[in-house]
Design a protein around this ligand. Structure first.
Ligand code: C5P
Length: 219
């Protein structure tokens, strides 16, 4: 079973993917965490993010591992845990710049496909249905209004102890979606075979139930 979940920031992809994976007893792969971990390392090493050669060089020398423990995903970069660090506003701001590079994307897509070759997966990201799992059994495109997505993201950041300005969070999301949608390689897009779900007025439980019923696993 291969399930692809794509959509803009804050649409509820990771909550849905984690819960579907748990319910079906299959692996959840958070592909955004991989791009975030690389961006974290580039920032920590003061790499010029506009210097493609330097960035690509860093990417081939970086080992990113996702570890799964009781439904939680822990992220390691060259053996150092970066689970919390990769969610910082600074990483969120720069990750779409790193993710726009075609060679970086090729490296990541290959790693993601290697994971999916071995086992059943639910993957969330931006280009899963388009590039990583074009033959997925199901492709979902999760979305919600910008206002609602910004509200969810702000709540998440407050919970993690960050001081947030709602307008800034909204702008960051708008800018990130624009970069993710307009890039030439692996852009975020609704595919002809995507099942679109607008989660603006839905609770996480309702989204999970809808998806389970669509894949015939609600019995
Ligand atoms: O899913 P998340 O919001 O953590 O993803 C962070 C960023 O990583 C996205 O905004 C995008 O720039 C990049 N990304 C990507 N392709 C994916 C997953 C994430 O380009 N499959």
């Amino acid at each position: 079973m291969k399930i692809a979940i794509d959509g803009p920031a804050g649409a509820g992809k990771s909550t849905l993917a984690r819960r579907i994976a748990e319910r079906l007893g299959i692996l959840y792969v958070d592909t955004g965490a991989m791009y975030r971990a690389l961006t974290w390392k580039a920032l920590a090493n003061k790499v010029n993010l506009k210097d493609k050669a330097e960035l690509r060089n860093l990417a081939v020398r970086t080992d990113i591992t996702l570890a799964y423990n009781m439904g939680q995903v822990r992220v390691f970069c060259d053996g150092t845990e970066v689970t919390d660090e990769i969610r910082s506003p600074e990483v969120s701001r720069w990750v779409p710049v790193v993710a726009a590079d075609e060679e970086i994307r090729a490296i990541m897509v290959e790693k993601q496909q290697a994971i999916a070759r071995e086992q059943s997966v639910v993957m969330d990201g931006r280009d899963i249905g388009l590039c990583v799992l074009p033959d997925a059994d199901y492709k979902f495109y999760l979305t919600a209004s910008l206002e609602e997505r910004a509200r969810r993201r702000a709540k998440e950041l407050v919970k993690k102890g960050y001081k947030v300005n709602f307008q800034e969070v909204k702008e960051e999301i708008r800018e990130r979606d624009k970069l993710d949608t307009e890039r030439l390689v692996g852009p975020l897009t609704v595919l002809p075979d995507s099942i679109v779900i607008d989660t603006s007025d839905m609770s996480p439980d309702e989204v999970v139930s809808r998806v389970l019923s669509l894949i015939g696993e609600d019995g």
